[in-house]
Design a protein around this ligand. Structure first.
Ligand code: MGD
Ligand code: MGD
Ligand code: SF4
Ligand code: MO
Length: 697
């Protein structure tokens, strides 16, 4: 057999790098970046290499597991799928449709077999209790895109390869590889930007990205809204809006500017810690730049004012004429459409969460409400759960409470490849076959790529008879649920066929054959302005002043000036290039080397608490307390502490031997389910008030 090279896209993050997989005598033994992929051009990161560890992981589940007490036993697929469907239906028969909650995790969007099929299962379940990782992530982006442009996925992206001035807030792509900005090899792209222009990073920590940027602006967590308001105010003082290109297509710009007016650079300095001269200078640079982009991501959306911040980001790009313009911020128009006919534009407040009355957005409720929906008795209480590729115990607010509550559910089925902190509570775990055995098309991230690209991944390994693909599992549960409730189930066709339908719907002229003849993918060129043509608002215009955001802005102005809780620190998160949220800590290639779970603290804050590098400390929030080692970090703004999420693996009954041995605790044992971005309901994970104290051995 010898050595053979096979190619497909990496399923592990938004960069969607092309991978070259080397098989020796039929066995995968090395992974490299696919040098012939015209988009990723050979880029690969440690996670891409660690796909081998995942494939070979003895802890990875291959067959359905049923739990009886503390004991797990393998069962057959037919029995497992029938049980999942009928038990979910039984809970609903007794307690109503909403008694089953569904939680979809991040990998869902990375696998066509989950992404394209999960909606049909949700329709079959008919529950209002739908939760996803979107509400601990990018909901403010979606809400603002929906409110201003009429579609939740009409999201402008930074044209990083052509911009010559970029203001980046709350993003660390050198570690995360980029988000809502699919740009494989981002470090190379940003380095080129710094060479031809300027990259300014606004972040409470001097991140890996700040380190390669032209300038780092340190900001107090959660205060970006003031910084952005002052920046807009300074632009208005510099000159008129450059909105000729949007003539006749703008609604409410004057209202938006009037509502946003009046925050001086001095006030913003007092709130955010960013010097007024810096704000005024950045306004000058932005107004003068030929092609500029203001871009904010995770750190800007998972905070108390996420939606206002994302709205102001749009207004800054609009005011300077950089919205929907080459070298500025513009949406992708992908080959398989994510907007337009047949897609879900997004709606809001069609129903509310039972306990707290939080509005639905895009068919989902904020996941910060899940624990209380399980805990609170009464009609409509959640008594059963289905999770798909999610680990909410480590990933969502009040994780520790959720951990306790999941143990008391009537029935819980998980579609997952591990017994982890969440799925250990399941009655049944259904593990999909390796993605390498399946057709895949990155519908979501082709839609957020900084160039127009298309790439079909074909199976590079064969699915075994006793394995089921993700889409087969979803179809199987749906069919069993329908059978148990006397309905008919229309299974969706296999991925290859569904991808072909998506391509046909897009009308680009590309079909499966064309993509199959291009195993390294196709680069169809840079982004082109399309936003005005594609607006889906009722008015057909850009809605600059959505009422929801104006109301939130009015509320913001009533908030007290500075957080004065004595001794309080502001907790923020971080990602490491070897992490992937909570779930890749069982991969040897990723956990080797020195530990990365520490709480980073500024030396002055350590000294003030009698702490030294390496000491153990107790971190306490309104919602919980954990103990971890501290590490001195000069790159943090004093008063800010920084902890990665996705740790806390040493719980009984999980099956991830390597992860279990890792030190570290879960950030989300501290996060506050009541701390939300108002308009969207997105969790305010960052900027959490905490105290830190020494723990004596
Ligand atoms: N404090 C804090 N919390 C955060 C964040 C933060 O920055 N700080 N980040 C937030 C963000 S951005 C996100 S997206 C969420 C993520 O939240 P989640 O999606 O809930 O968490 P993950 O850790 O991504 O868990 C992924 C799960 O999918 C399983 N899995 C992996 N591959 C597959 C597969 O192919 N099929 C199936 N069926 N299962 C698979 C894994 O075993 C794991 O159980 O976390 C959020 N939580
Ligand atoms: N290696 C690795 N890569 C990943 C992931 C991973 O877990 N590990 N997760 C993937 C996922 S699901 C996502 S969504 C993306 C996220 O990708 P990014 O958006 O790049 O997210 P982070 O790397 O968490 O960077 C967020 C930054 O916001 C800063 N920040 C925190 N609070 C504030 C604030 O109030 N204001 C400002 N201005 N900044 C603030 C933090 O210090 C941090 O540097 O990464 C993806 N890629
Ligand atoms: S950057 Fe993302 S897509 Fe590229 S190899 Fe790493 S994990 Fe995979
Ligand atoms: Mo995410």
């Amino acid at each position: 057999m010898g050595v053979e090279r096979r190619f497909r896209a990496c399923p592990l993050c938004e960069a969607i790098c092309g991978l070259e997989l080397r098989y020796t005598d039929g066995r995968l033994d090395a992974i490299r970046g696919d040098a012939e992929d015209p988009f990723s051009r050979g880029h690969v990161c440690p996670k891409g290499n660690a796909l081998i560890d995942l494939e070979r992981d003895p802890d990875r589940l291959r067959r359905p597991l049923r739990r009886t007490g503390q004991h797990w036993a393998e069962i057959g697929w037919d029995e497992a799928l029938a049980e999942a469907g009928s038990r979910l239906a039984a809970v609903q028969r007794e307690h109503g449709a909403d008694a089953i909650a569904a939680y979809l995790g991040n990998p869902v969007v990375h696998h066509f077999g989950h992404f394209a099929y999960a909606p049909s299962l949700l329709r079959e379940l008919r529950t209002h209790n739908v939760y996803t990782a979107s509400s601990v992530d990018q909901w403010p982006h979606q809400l603002v895109a929906w409110a201003m442009y009429g579609h939740q996925f009409l999201i402008p992206l930074p044209d990083v390869d052509r911009a010559d001035w970029v203001l980046m807030l709350g993003a660390n792509p050198v570690a995360s590889n980029g988000s809502l900005m699919t740009a494989p090899g981002i470090e190379r792209r940003l380095t080129a930007l710094v060479r031809r222009g300027r990259l300014v990073v606004v972040d409470p920590r001097r991140t890996e990205t700040a380190a390669i940027a032209s300038e780092h602006v340190a900001i107090r967590p959660g205060t970006d809204v003031w910084f952005l308001l002052a920046l807009l105010e300074a632009l208005v003082a510099l000159g008129p809006p450059r909105v000729e290109a949007y003539a006749g297509r703008l609604a409410g710009l004057d209202d938006a500017l009037a509502a946003a007016a009046g925050v001086s650079a001095a006030e913003a300095e007092a709130r955010s810690g960013v010097p007024r001269e810096t704000i005024l200078r950045l306004a000058h640079e932005l107004y003068a730049a030929p092609a500029a982009a203001v871009y904010g991501r995770m750190g800007l959306s998972t905070q108390s004012h996420g939606s206002l911040c994302q709205w102001l980001v749009q207004l800054l790009n609009l005011y300077t004429g950089n919205l929907d313009r080459a070298g500025g911020m513009l949406p992708n128009e992908p080959v398989i459409p994510v907007t337009g006919p047949g897609t879900s534009a997004g709606r809001r407040d069609r129903w509310r969460s039972r306990v707290r009355g939080l509005p639905e957005f895009a068919g989902e409720l904020p996941v910060a409400a899940l624990a209380e929906e399980i805990a609170t008795p009464g009609a409509g209480q959640v008594r059963g759960l289905i999770t798909c590729a999610g680990n909410p115990v480590l990933s969502t607010p009040a994780g520790a409470a959720l951990d306790r509550l999941l143990a008391g559910l009537d029935y819980y089925v998980a579609i997952d490849i591990y017994v982890n902190e969440t799925t250990r509570h399941a009655n049944l775990i259904l593990p999909p076959a390796s993605p390498l055995t399946q057709y895949h098309y990155d519908v979501v991230f082709s839609g957020f790529a900084v160039r127009r690209v298309a790439r079909l991944s074909v199976p590079v390994e064969t699915q075994a008879d006793d394995e089921r693909a993700d889409w087969q599992i979803v179809n199987g549960i749906g069919a069993a649920h329908a059978a148990a409730t006397g309905k008919t189930w229309q299974p969706l066709p296999a991925p290859r066929e569904l991808i072909a339908l998506g391509l046909a719907r897009g009308g680009s002229g590309l079909d499966l054959g064309a993509l199959e003849r291009a195993p390294h993918g196709l680069d169809l060129g840079p982004l082109e302005p399309s936003l005005l043509r594609r607006l889906e608002t009722a008015s057909g215009r850009i809605e600059c002043a959505p009422l929801l955001l104006l109301a939130e802005l009015a509320r913001l102005r009533t908030l007290p000036a500075v957080n004065t809780t004595p001794g309080a620190l502001a907790l923020i998160g971080r990602r490491h290039v070897r992490s992937n949220n909570s779930w890749m800590h069982n991969a040897q290639r990723l956990v080797k080397g020195k530990p990365r779970h520490h709480l980073q603290v500024h030396p002055a804050d350590l000294a003030a608490r009698g702490l030294a590098d390496g000491d153990r400390a107790r971190i306490r929030s309104r919602s919980g307390a954990i103990e971890v080692e501290v590490a001195a970090c000069e790159g943090l703004l004093p008063g800010v502490v920084c902890l990665p999420h996705g740790f806390g693996h040493h719980r009984a009954g999980t099956r991830q031997a390597r992860a279990q041995a890792l030190a570290g605790e879960s950030y989300n044992d501290l996060t506050d389910p009541l701390a939300l971005d108002g308009p969207s309901g997105n969790a305010a994970l960052n900027g959490l008030p905490v105290t830190v104290e020494r723990v004596d051995a």
